[in-house]
Design a protein around this ligand. Structure first.
Ligand code: SF4
Length: 729
């Protein structure tokens, strides 16, 4: 028993940042037990992903296999992927990237970072590699497809894109306005804080077209029509001003542009917005009065706000509502764009975005650029780079080869499953001259790769994640990796060095220290402080122990804008880009479910989680629509949009309104992204995943349909290198 050790780390699944304690037999390299322990955000609780979501480390080979060897296609895309040495793989990647850079220039190369397992340090290096070695700002990650709108909208109004308050503060809020956010599915530990707030007497408002778990515990459920968020928030502002409920002193002292805001908002009387939203004017009035009635009101939102083409505008409107009522700058109030994936906040913090360096420092600011050029010893581009959602435009739709993307280095992401309009995405990946995937599992994207670089997984390396409420927390190696894999940061260093821009570090702490010294608001978050405190919330400006970080932002009404003043902004309502019509009479919205994580390569390889749900997923449909279409719950159906089609199971439920259907992201066969639209928010380039037109058809021969599903599943798993499922619970 001498080799048994306890190791604490941060959960790898959502932005709640729960702390887990692993008991490991180090001699046998085996996990014996996992349970949650007290952390800043989770107390000592975890959801089922925390309890059971580590099983993929055992590589049970249920839906896909771990990648254990570097692989390349030696003779072009049509040739097979062949296992090679690391030296050969690195040379192959470096030579191809160099050739493309020389022929087409640095802006012909795109990089994608990872908000999942790798952590902050490899992401810092990834953006440094793309900027300093390749010479472009074409670097982005999956925040683009979830909360980029929150960053853009919040920056433009209050100057900082993250949650203004901390997760623990939520339970001391007196009014919690959830809009487009179902914490029970996306952040169960945040949901627990909401339940505790309710137990303490808080008033819960939920604006959501579905009867979600949050709607069920709400005091007021505004079952609005999908895509009508801004009509609701504008109307709430209208009521607050019309009834004199605004905080005039706060507005006068800390904000500007109220008059321009009112010019828009005055149109949105409750009666006007009620017609757009499909709820009663009195319900809107009640929501506004309750929200404005407390100095401890918070607005929490998720992708039900951001994944619309008006996502940025709704975020601005949310921030304006909080300014209007003086709900910023003190304990238990503010705005909460609650980030989905475990390290999507951190990957933004590290500058894996086309417009900012680490610490949200603009690439177009000459002084900032000069600072990074000096530190990195490289000439940097001052041109804002490409967002990953615009890659298809620059490959499939761009006819001039000089303006096209010719290489895509994808690090720990799976756009072949997660991006909208998958048919177009597959065409994009096939047309790009050179695709590199650095990952842990075979997935939908690796099938298009010219080179595959196998990395260590969460649990096999050290580093730092950032929780959704700006909290840096350590992740630690639990198991020794097996196979011919390397840490992500080492792989990036090897490729960069082989391309002529040497990068050498001894460990992740050295990378972290370099990043801190270039990022003023993270400077004080030393590894020593992280060990001592467990969690350090940024901004943390000073290394001295007295600077323990920042629980809530904008203290005393001083916003993070250049002049410290908050800016009122909102917009007029616009309907979604593609609405229901005679060919496609229903609307499709994509949602999350608690047991599975985004693209499912990790949760699908955990026995307990896989057994909760499996292919081909499901589509939620109202009893009225199911009756019209003669569909029974559990039957297989075909669902189609203008862009594609897939088979899934019907889940007939009163949770959804007539005319709207809902699917989750993660299924390979019931893949909602075969159907979704790539229409983007113009400011954040986030796709409108939450609304497109579709139709659902009953499949008459259910047996033949199930045979087809089973055949498709086996075909896909064969592509994921599963010969025979190794382990079932
Ligand atoms: Fe992990 Fe999030 Fe669940 Fe916590 S709430 S255990 S961080 S998935």
């Amino acid at each position: 028993m001498a080799s048994v050790k306890e190791i604490q780390t941060t959960c790898c699944y959502c932005g709640s940042g729960c702390q887990l304690l692993f008991t490991v037999d180090q001699g046998a390299n085996k996990i014996l037990d996992v349970h949650p322990v007290k952390g800043r955000t989770n107390d000592d609780k975890a959801c089922l992903k925390g309890w059971y979501g580590w099983d993929y480390l055992n590589d049970p080979q249920i839906i896909t296999k771990r990648i254990r060897e570097p692989m390349i296609r030696k003779n072009g895309r049509a040739s097979p992927l062949t296992a090679v040495s690391w030296d050969e793989a690195i040379k192959f990647v470096a030579d191809n990237l160099k050739k493309i850079k020389e022929k087409w220039g640095p802006d012909s190369i795109m990089g994608a970072g990872s908000a999942r397992g790798p952590g902050n340090e490899p992401n810092y290096l990834m953006q440094k590699f793309i900027r300093a070695c390749i010479g472009t700002n074409n670097i982005d990650h999956c925040a683009r497809i979830c909360h980029a709108a929150s960053v853009v909208g919040s920056m433009q109004t209050i100057g900082e894109g993250a949650m203004s308050l901390s997760i623990p503060e939520i339970e001391d809020c007196e009014v919690i306005f959830n809009i487009g956010y179902n914490a029970a599915a996306s952040h169960p530990i945040v949901a627990r804080r909401i339940v505790r707030a309710k137990e303490k007497g808080a008033y819960i408002i939920c604006a959501d077209p579905r009867i979600t778990e949050t709607a069920r515990i709400a005091d007021l459920h505004l079952q609005i029509k999908g895509g009508s968020n801004i009509a609701l928030t504008n109307a709430m502002a209208n009521v607050i001003v019309t009834e004199g409920l605004q905080d005039q002193a706060f507005i006068k002292a800390h904000t500007k542009d109220f008059d321009a805001f009112w010019e828009i908002v005055k149109v949105y009387t409750p009666e006007h917005s009620a017609k757009i939203c499909g709820v009663s004017p009195d319900a809107i009035r009640l929501a506004a009065r309750k929200y404005a009635g407390s100095k401890h009101s918070v607005i929490l939102w998720g992708m039900g706000v951001t994944q619309f083409q008006q996502g940025v505008e709704v975020v601005k409107s949310n921030c304006s509502l909080a300014m209007l009522t003086g709900n910023f700058g003190h304990y238990a109030c503010g705005t909460g764009p609650v980030r989905g994936q475990n390290n999507v906040q951190g990957t933004c913090d590290m500058g894996v975005l086309p417009n900012v360096y680490p610490g949200y420092q603009s690439v177009t600011d000459p002084k900032i650029k000069e600072k990074f050029e000096k530190a990195w010893g490289a000439k940097l581009s001052d041109k804002v780079g490409l967002t990953l959602t615009r890659v298809p435009e620059r490959v499939v739709h761009e006819k001039d080869p000089a303006k096209q993307i010719h290489a895509y280095y994808i690090f720990g992401e799976d756009p072949g499953q997660s991006d909208p309009d998958l048919e177009e995405l597959r065409e994009t990946l096939d047309k790009i001259d050179f695709v590199v995937c650095q990952d842990i599992f075979w997935n939908k994207t690796t099938q298009h790769a010219d080179a595959i670089l196998p990395a260590t997984a969460w649990g096999e390396h050290d580093g730092v994640y950032t929780s959704s409420d700006r909290g840096f927390q350590r992740i630690r190696k639990v198991l020794e990796p097996t196979g011919n894999v390397k840490d992500d940061w080492e792989i990036i260093c090897l490729v960069s060095t082989a391309m002529g821009y040497p990068m050498k570090y001894k460990n992740v702490q050295e990378i972290w220290d370099e990043m801190r010294n270039l990022s003023p608001k993270f400077k004080g978050a030393t590894y020593e402080k992280l060990e001592r405190q467990g969690s350090v919330q940024w901004p943390c400006w000073d290394e001295k122990p007295e600077d323990t970080g920042t629980m809530f932002l904008h203290e005393g009404g001083k916003f993070a804008t250049p002049d410290g003043i908050g800016i009122f902004k909102t917009s007029h309502y616009q309907p979604p880009a593609e609405t229901e019509n005679s060919d496609f009479p229903l609307t499709l919205c994509t949602v999350r479910e608690v047991g599975h994580y985004s693209v499912r390569t990790m949760t699908g390889n955990c026995r307990a989680l896989r057994n909760l749900e499996d292919e081909p997923g499901w589509v939620e449909i109202s009893p009225e629509d199911a009756e019209t279409l003669k569909i029974a719950s559990g039957e297989l159906v075909r669902i189609s949009s203008k862009r594609g089609t897939c088979i899934t199971r019907a889940n007939v439920t009163e949770r959804v309104k007539k005319g709207a259907v809902y699917m989750t992201y993660q299924w390979w066969i019931g893949a909602c992204n075969e159907l979704t639209i790539s229409r983007l928010d113009p400011s954040s380039s986030t796709p409108e995943y939450k609304y497109c037109a579709c139709k659902v058809e009953k499949l008459r021969d259910q047996k033949a349909a199930w045979d087809d599903v089973n055949r498709q599943y086996e075909d896909i798993r064969a592509k994921m290198r599963i010969e025979k499922e190794r382990a079932l619970a």
